[in-house]
Design a protein around this ligand. Structure first.
Ligand code: KIV
Ligand code: ZN
Length: 522
């Protein structure tokens, strides 16, 4: 079997594009799960983009074991120095440096001649090699470059010491056969290509990132880059879980394997969705809520007779357990714990009773408790321990849109009540909370979705608030009452903002300076 290396950039290409700044604790939580998933490389951030990002890459580099920790840099000395500094304590550090190689980027953005680009690329790799032995070079917009020029750049950076060469389809313009052609061209025209791993990095603008990546792998690429749930710039990056499962499902035909523990895929997807606030569409391949549902009678009949008639992946292989029991208020602690463990949660013994009591409360409200409810319950329990608790919310409405909310919160142990009018009940509740908490934030986005089935299904609210220093923070709340779910989500975000202001959870600022034209020649 040929071993394919899996490079995860959820925390860099995924995070920077969302405009969401994950704080270092959130990054660590995701990174630890990525280690459990078994990826080979974690791109932790872009250290030169801000002191916050440098700090969070430094923390990840220090904490993560058994995985390559990588930082991104432009082909600029300052960026590479920041990367090296942040990776100093990494067990396996990698600097990922590079420059654009397509005519449009070189002429219009960089304002550099091809010779100057080659010179900068080589100088960047040589500079990075002073710090680490593992240097990956990215040839940005490789797919729209002139192939002989691409080959020339790659040959020279490999001669300068690059161990991995990344040939991205930065704008998601390729089709699978064309992308495969580019990989083959590189393999056949770069004389020293045997000294480096060819890496592929696709974007999904035409919905072909997974197909292009699989084509690139079949054409001989040794590393694939992507993000969990495909989050990323514009239409996103390659969904790693899709590529991994395409390779896994066809392993006897392709003869390729990865180090990924596929049973962790579902848990990783949920975690990334919860922390970034980016929902996974129900029909999304591999990790969508409907990915293993069979609705039509003919399909149900087929699956009951023989699962493989309509199911190419056993859901358990990606960590979705068979639904044998439905929990209810009659379910005991043992059944509750057993199901949690099947879903990949192993709560500490001392937290189990609190969780069980929350479960019973939910079961009383809903009757039947489904897996999605348990995921929501566990996701919610993670954000507990806040110093703002909801004591009471009451709302009166007048007409279609006017509402008045009276909210009582326990703030640092003290009960306080205030009321506000708003354009609908959620707006009124948020305004009342603002009056009570007094944190200067702007609500930028609000979504509400049903977590599971049934008329008493849990509602999950997600809010994105912008704080005074421009950072976007995600808050999430669940409840069978959608107004309460909204209030919880808003308070969850305010708690995070307050912690940031106190210096706890300083964010990893993600805004990346787009002034590459101020290029520093090395
Ligand atoms: O899409 C791209 O070209 C990138 C590079 C910076 C690796 O993300
Ligand atoms: Zn990218």
């Amino acid at each position: 079997m040929r071993r394919l290396y899996v490079f995860d950039t959820t925390l860099r290409d995924g995070e920077q594009s969302l405009g969401i700044t994950l704080n270092v604790h959130e990054k660590i939580e995701i990174a630890n799960q990525l280690v459990k998933l078994g990826v080979d490389v974690i791109e932790a951030g872009f250290p030169a983009s801000s002191p916050g990002d440098l700090e969070s890459v430094r923390t990840l580099a220090r904490e993560l074991k058994g995985v390559i920790v990588c930082g991104l840099s432009r082909a600029v000395e300052y960026d590479i120095d920041c990367c090296a500094e942040s990776l100093r304590e990494a067990e396996y550090p990698r600097i990922h440096t590079g420059i654009a190689v397509s005519p449009v980027h070189m002429e219009q953005k960089l304002k550099l001649s091809p010779d100057q680009v080659v010179e900068a690329a080589v100088a960047a790799v040589k500079h990075a090699k002073k710090y680490v032995s593992d240097v990956e070079f990215y040839a940005e917009d490789a797919f729209r470059s002139e192939l002989p020029f691409l080959a020339r750049v790659l040959e020279q950076v490999i001669a300068a010491g690059a161990t991995v060469v990344n040939i991205p389809d930065t704008v998601g313009y390729a089709t699978p056969w064309e992308y495969a052609e580019m990989v083959k061209y590189v393999k056949n025209h770069v004389s020293n290509i045997d000294k480096a791993v060819v890496s592929i990095h696709c974007h999904n603008d035409l919905g072909m990132a997974t197909a292009n990546s699989v084509a690139g792998i079949m054409a001989g690429a040794g590393q694939v880059e992507g993000t969990i749930n495909g989050i990323g710039e514009r239409a996103g990056n390659t969904s790693l879980e899709e590529v991994v499962m395409a390779i896994y499902t066809q392993r006897s035909r392709y003869g390729i394997e990865t180090g990924v523990n596929t049973r962790e895929i579902s848990a990783t997807s949920r975690l990334v969705s919860r922390i970034t606030g980016v929902p996974v569409p129900a029909h999304k391949a591999i990790v969508g809520g409907n990915a293993f549902m069979h609705a039509s009678g003919i399909h149900q009949d087929g699956v009951l007779k023989e699962r493989t008639t309509y199911e190419i992946i056993n859901p358990e292989v990606v960590g979705v357990p068979k639904n044998r029991i439905v929990l209810s208020a009659r379910s005991g602690r043992h059944a509750f714990r057993h199901r949690l463990e099947e879903l990949g949660y192993y709560p500490e013994q001392e937290n189990l009773e609190t969780l069980y009591q929350s479960f019973l409360q939910l079961a009383d409200q809903k009757g039947e408790v489904f897996d999605q409810d348990l995921h929501a319950l566990m996701g919610d329990s993670v954000s507990e321990g806040s110093n703002i608790n909801i004591n009471n919310i009451s709302v009166t409405t007048a007409g279609a849109s006017r509402a008045t909310a009276t909210v009582t919160l326990e703030l640092d142990g003290n009960m306080t009540t205030d009321a506000a009018c708003g354009n609908g009940p959620v707006d009124a509740v948020i305004r009342a909370i603002d009056r009570l908490v007094g944190e200067p934030v702007t609500l930028e986005d609000y979504t509400l979705q049903s977590v599971s089935r049934g008329k008493e299904a849990l509602g999950e609210a997600t809010v994105k608030v912008r704080c005074a220093d421009g950072v976007l923070v995600v808050g999430r709340g669940i409840s069978t009452d959608v107004i309460e779910a909204s209030a919880r989500a808003y308070i969850n975000a305010l708690v995070k903002v307050k912690r940031m202001a106190e210096g706890i959870n300083r964010p990893a600022y993600a805004a990346i300076a787009d002034e590459v034209s101020v290029f520093t020649n090395l």
